[in-house]
Design a protein around this ligand. Structure first.
Ligand SMILES: *[C@@H]1O[C@H](CO)[C@@H](O)[C@H](O)[C@H]1NC(C)=O
Length: 337
């Protein structure tokens, strides 16, 4: 009798503690401040009159945004000399109205690239890249907190990806692209963004070596760790690896975080995922120049994962019905602690 009364008292006390920590910061952005907490936003979801919850959560919960597709070369510049900025402009206006930082994404990437570029003879690729960067960066100049200038340039073994930019210019394309962005937007922080560089390995070693060279030339400000993780397979050395980059003088950002697994979602996967989201927050918080975290979407309903990885999903902080998952609270508590 006495023992069970004590048990009750203890669990009531821990409930109160949990409740007051959550009350102290009731949104992701408040919990994360002074770091930012961002989400990738797709314009189709943001302007969907049948789903007002998406835009409501975007402004309530997040202090930064990345256009999910709307600034990619193939979307914004489908043909030589043709620019379609309307969808990106909608997202830019949303971030301004709601006082959010904007991570502009991206300028030079082998994927979602317009066919006109891959069809060019190699000796015309440099001019096309310079023109694209000039036109796009000028259009958004002053709006971007950061630009992902080069996206996913490495293979997993640390060699350069053999895309049209590398074939046309070799390693020089990094410098040429970064200089061009600086020339048309002197305020944006310039990033290289990639996946599988979150822990120490051949790919992050290669990124570090490149980053040092570009930082010394004053052309690079930060590295984006995409952080598309698989449940129970997160690297154990994220903070140490971030520090290798920040020691150079660079900022680090977690730019595309999600944690996927083979469905179904269960109490066990929810709880493992919550712990692992918290560990990413803790890593970023422990590194002085980790400036913020962006998750790659809001709800599992619209996540890119199920279409890309068959049978996988449930990678984000809200489920298909916009119910907060345990990972949501774990992120808030990790920031608050
Ligand atoms: C718009 O909202 C409806 C209703 O929730 C949903 O079925 C549809 O997939 C949404 N479309 C987009 C592009 O978000």
């Amino acid at each position: 009798m006495f023992a069970s009364a004590l048990t009750l008292a203890v669990s009531a006390a821990s409930l109160v503690t949990g409740a007051s920590a959550a009350a102290a910061a009731s949104t992701l952005k408040d919990a994360a401040s002074p770091l930012y907490f961002g989400a990738a936003l797709g314009v189709g979801h943001l302007t969907n009159a049948s789903d007002p919850t998406f835009a409501k959560l975007a402004k309530q919960q997040f202090s930064a945004a990345t256009p999910e597709n709307e600034m990619k070369w193939g979307v914004v510049n489908p043909e030589a000399g043709v620019y379609e900025f309307a969808d990106a402009d909608t997202i830019v206006a949303f971030t301004k109205k709601n006082n959010m930082k904007l991570r502009c994404h991206n300028l030079v990437w082998h994927s979602q690239l317009s066919p006109y570029v891959t069809a060019l003879p190699l000796n015309k690729v440099k001019a096309a890249m310079l023109q694209h960067i000039k036109d796009v960066v000028e259009h958004f100049a002053g709006d971007c907190y950061a630009w992902d200038v080069i996206n996913e340039p490495f293979n997993d073994d640390g060699t350069y990806r053999d895309d049209v930019f590398y074939q046309a210019m070799g390693e020089d394309y990094f410098e040429i692209a970064l200089k061009q962005v600086r020339a048309y937007d002197s305020h944006a922080k310039l990033y290289i963004n990639d996946y599988n560089i979150e822990g120490g390995n051949a790919k992050s070693d290669a990124m570090l070596a490149l980053a040092k060279k570009l930082y010394k030339k004053g052309l690079l400000d930060g590295i984006g760790f995409e952080s598309h993780f698989i449940l129970n397979e997160l690297p154990g050395d994220i903070a140490e690896n971030m520090e290798r980059f920040t020691k150079v003088g660079l900022d680090i950002a977690v730019t595309e975080l999600d944690i996927r697994y083979n469905l179904p979602e269960t109490a066990t996967t929810d709880s493992q995922q919550a712990t692992q989201y918290a560990s990413v927050v803790n890593a970023c918080q422990s590194v002085k120049r980790c400036v913020g975290i962006t998750v790659w979407g809001i709800t599992d309903l619209y996540s890119w994962i199920p279409q890309t990885f068959t049978g996988q999903g449930a990678a984000l902080l809200w489920d298909d019905d916009y119910k907060k998952k345990p990972a949501y609270k774990a992120v808030i508590n990790a920031f608050v602690d």
